[in-house]
Each structure stands twice: as C-alpha cells, then as structure tokens.
Design a protein around this ligand. Structure first.
Ligand code: XMP
Length: 521
C-alpha cells in the first residue's frame, strides 16, 4: 500500500469523532506522517511492521460502557508505544487502565479554563504565566477516578482529571480537544507529544512525499504500463506528473473531451501536458457521442449515470488499444478513503452519484495505483508545486466530472452549452481580474431552465437566467456563499448581459451547504 508501511507514523484510532481528520492534519502540519484507522480495524500484529511511533485515541459520540458499540484491543496498552487519549479516548484509556468514568454533573461544551497542577513534558509551554489556559471541550462524561500509576497535570472547574499522565508507560489523557484551533496552544501540546514523548523525527514535507511516492510507484508498477485518466483538475494533474517522473514513457494519459468542459479547457490541458510537460497524452474528442447520449435527458441522476458510463466505455476502448496495460492510476484522496467507511457503521443517505473516472474498469482487471490516497487536498497542492506544476493548475477551483451538464438543470442542448461556457468564462475572468479567484473555494456560472422577459435597447427580450455561485469552504463538505460587494456584482452582471446573447437576467445564489449543495444537480 503506497506510503503506509515504509514510514514511521502516528496512528490515530478513530472512535467516530467529527475531529478525527483534524487530528491527522495537525500531526502532518507538524511534519509527521499520520494514519487514521477505525477502532474496528486495529490489528495488533501489524503494528511493529507498520512502524508506529505513537498512538492517538480520538474522541467519539459513545459512552465507554457501551461495550457492544465499539471495540478496544487492550493489547495496544502492552506495546510500549506512547498513547494520547483525547476526550472519549481519554475516558476509554482511563477506564481500561482501572479508572472510572461517569456522567458529568455539568456538561462542558465550548471554551473552558484549565489550571496547571503539575509539570509535564506534554504541557511544556502550554500554560500562560498564571498557569492557566483556555481549551475547547465537548463532553458530557468525565473521568471520575484516576487509573493506577497516573497523576494529575491539570484540572478544570468541572473536572479534576482534565489532563493526566502515566510517566512510566507514557500514557496521557486530555479531556479537551487540542486539535481544534479554539484550544489555545493545542498544537504545542500535540508537538510535545510527538517530539518530546514519542520522539519521532520529521518525515512529512512535500519533498519527502515526492521522493517516497516516486520510489513506491516504481516498486509497485515495475516496468509495466500505466494508464491515467487526466481531467486537468488538480488531483489528476498531480497524479500524472508524479507518475511521469516515476515511470516516464510507461505512463499513458487519456483526456476525454466530453463537450461539457469549460471554455478552451481542452486546449489548455493538451497544451500544458502534451506540449509543455511532454507527457504521453491521448486526446479523445467525444463531444458528439456525449451530447447524443444526453439528448432529452433532464433527470440529474440519469445525466450523471450516462456520463459516468460513457466515460468508462471510452476509457476501456482506448485502454484496449494500448497493449500490455497492467495498472490504472487515479487521484483518490485521503478524505475519499476515510469518508467511504463510516466508523459508527451508519449509512449516510446518498445525495448524488459522484462521478469519478477511477474505480471503474474492474472488468479490465487493471490494478489501481493511487499515490495520493494518504494525502489531503492542501497537501496535494503543495506536492504539485514541488513537482513543478504551475500555480495556475494547482490553484484551480474544483470542477465536477459531469461538467457543465449538472450546471444546466433541464435538457442539454448545444445552444445552452455555448451560452453557459461564455457566462462561466466571463465570471471566472472577472474574479481573476479582481483578485478574488484565490479567495473563493469554488465559483461557476449555471444556466437556469427558465426564460424571463427583459428590455434591451427598447426591445423586449425573452431569454435565460444565468445563476452565479461562489462559495468559501474548507473541503467542499460544507460551504458558505461568498459576500461580493455591489460593485463587483454590477460589473459581472453587465458584462454577462452585454456580451452573451441568450441571457437577460443574472442572479446570485445565496444559500450555504447545507441545506443546498454546491452544484445544482
Ligand atoms: P456538491 O454539489 O455535492 O459538491 O455539494 C461538492 C464538491 O464535489 C464536486 N462534485 C463532483 N466532483 N464528480 C466530481 O469529480 C462529481 O460527480 C461531482 N459532483 C460534485 C463539486 O464540484 C464540489 O466541489
């Protein structure tokens, strides 16, 4: 598995906290590789092989006495690996080591003050001059009896055992969340755990990742050919560049123009990857095929399925033409991997069938190469820069696989595609001109399937409505609309209406996600 075995790491055992990914990010920001594993998947025998330098037990929604709801392999306590328990992790660690946990008289949610009781390496430089600190709590249970061989490092008003340690075994428990930014000096506490207690060495910079990933790709694929679906987005671009550095001519990228791309996108991708970066690229113009299949389809899910299936078909067609292909590369990211496995076993309802070129050609019996599957999006961006990809590619807003098809509710026509491409082009250009592009996580124009009446040059018009959407977000899971000033809105509205035939009204989407989603379909 790429990157998972070769590096020393901090293992984060996930008990379902909403902050588990944040713990992993903080550890990585401190320069150390971290991996999240579900409490159900802890396999003690692989620990030494996997080079685990420290373990963090995450928070979670459960109560430590709901034994049937989670698993905790006690043998991790005997491995002589330092452990830090956070919130639920603190409680389960305490309980398993002979302490007791009970419902708190007062639940603590939000900011709380902790006061130092004893010195500890874990809290070096953590407290202020008055030996206090503000931390962020989110719990209704608390440790009420200290486990054996522990001592108190800090207490809060509601809970005496807020930070505890067992110096000999290097076990630590904190009732609050050091991983959230609201906890003052939370990062210092995590840094102390990593470098003073686990004594790990930094191994997680973009340069380290590049070197390790190139070597691991070479080990995985040897002299075999690899195909890669290139969309021109950040993830597939980084995968292609990484593979091209690792295996050179054995990489064959396939770029499918489905006719639903942004204006001039196909030219840009071919120009960058084929001409500038000299990557082996097959350009497939399948515009007509896609548009024909989408004729008269207005159901969003049908559109997505048709596009996804046709991508597979075309991909297979071309993959078969290239002989001796053994691998398929794709840009799966770490959140995709984590989010597809629910920790509590609950099934989240399906909102949309996200289309991803990868994962598809099972029939082709290709093995997957997923070099980014342990990286977060911001790490992928940094890696891209390390690989000399231009800032233009790296900082591009996300663009969905089904493209403009899901930005024009209703049926898809060539006329609508033409109008929408132009509107999007003007919008994005104006954002760039106004230095707003990089402040916005994603922005696009959409075409609503309604015509309204307008008046231009004393004449009546009856044309489409263009909807603009611009959002801020961390990861696309939640989002808020961007607050443009009136001047920008006036400028973009005028430009679109004056330059694009077919639109006589511009509206701005002011919904967040949830309740809306980012795309319209
Ligand atoms: P939603 O609309 O679900 O979008 O709030 C969240 C993020 O995912 C992108 N998106 C997709 N990306 N294939 C993709 O590769 C898809 O089918 C797809 N649908 C939505 C969307 O652009 C946003 O960034």
């Amino acid at each position: 598995m790429i990157l998972s075995n070769s590096l020393s790491k901090i293992l984060i055992i996930d008990f379902g906290s909403q902050f588990t990914q944040l713990i992993a990010r903080r550890v990585r920001e401190l320069g150390v590789f971290s991996v999240i594993i579900s409490h159900k998947k802890v396999n003690i025998r692989t620990f030494t092989k996997q080079n685990v330098s420290g373990i963090i037990l995450s928070g979670g929604p459960l109560n430590v006495y709901q034994k049937d709801k989670f698993s905790f392999d006690k043998r991790i306590l005997k491995l002589r690996i330092p452990i830090l328990g956070i919130c639920f992790g603190h409680q389960i660690l305490s309980k398993e080591l002979g302490g007791r946990v009970k419902k708190s008289k007062h639940r603590e949610f939000g900011l709380a003050q902790v006061t130092k009781v004893s010195n500890s390496e874990l809290t070096r430089n953590f407290f202020d001059k008055k030996n206090k600190n503000e931390v962020w709590m989110s719990h209704s249970d608390q440790v009420s009896r200290m486990p054996k061989n522990f001592r108190i490092i800090a207490s809060s008003q509601n809970s005496k055992l807020t930070i505890i340690e067992n110096l000999k075994d290097k076990f630590y428990g904190v009732q609050f969340h050091p991983e959230v930014t609201h906890t003052n000096n939370g990062k210092i506490l995590l840094r102390n755990f990593l470098f003073l207690i686990c004594k790990v060495k930094k191994n997680w910079s973009s340069k380290d990742q590049k070197i390790n990933l190139i070597k691991e790709i070479q080990d995985q694929v040897g002299n075999n050919k690899v195909i890669c679906g290139l969309s021109g987005g950040v993830d597939s671009s980084v995968v292609a560049q990484l593979l091209s550095k690792a295996i050179k001519k054995n990489l064959i990228c396939i770029f499918v123009n489905n006719g639903l791309l942004r204006k001039n996108e196909e030219l840009q991708v071919v120009n960058t990857f084929k001409k500038k970066l000299k990557i082996n690229l097959i350009y497939v113009n399948a515009e007509k095929e896609f548009i024909k299949k989408l004729n008269n389809i207005f159901d969003p899910e049908k559109k997505r399925k048709i596009i996804g299936n046709l991508f597979i078909k075309i991909f297979e067609r071309y993959a078969k033409k290239i002989k001796d292909v053994k691998f398929l590369a794709q840009g799966t990211l770490y959140p995709d991997l984590i989010e597809s496995k629910s920790v509590t076993g609950s099934q989240t309802s399906k909102i949309k069938s996200h289309h991803n070129v990868g994962g598809l050609p099972k029939k082709m019996k290709l093995k997957l190469v997923e070099p980014l599957k342990f990286l977060f999006k911001d790490e992928v961006r940094k890696l891209g820069l390390e690989l000399n990809l231009s800032k233009d590619i790296i900082s591009r807003h996300p663009f969905p696989g089904p493209g403009l098809a899901i930005r024009m509710p209703g049926v898809i026509t060539n006329e609508k595609i033409r109008i929408l491409k132009e509107a999007d082009y003007y919008f994005i250009n104006e954002l760039r001109k106004s230095n707003l592009y990089d402040k916005i996580w994603q922005a696009y124009a959409a075409l609503l399937p309604v015509k309204t009446v307008g008046v231009m040059g004393d004449n009546r018009t009856y044309e489409y409505i263009c909807l603009l959407r611009a959002i801020t977000s961390q990861d696309g899971m939640t989002a808020d609309f961007y607050n443009f000033d009136k001047k920008f809105m006036q400028t973009i509205s005028n430009k679109i209406i004056n330059n694009i035939r077919g639109i006589n009204r511009v509206v701005y989407d002011i919904t967040s996600k949830p309740p809306s989603t980012i795309e319209l379909e």
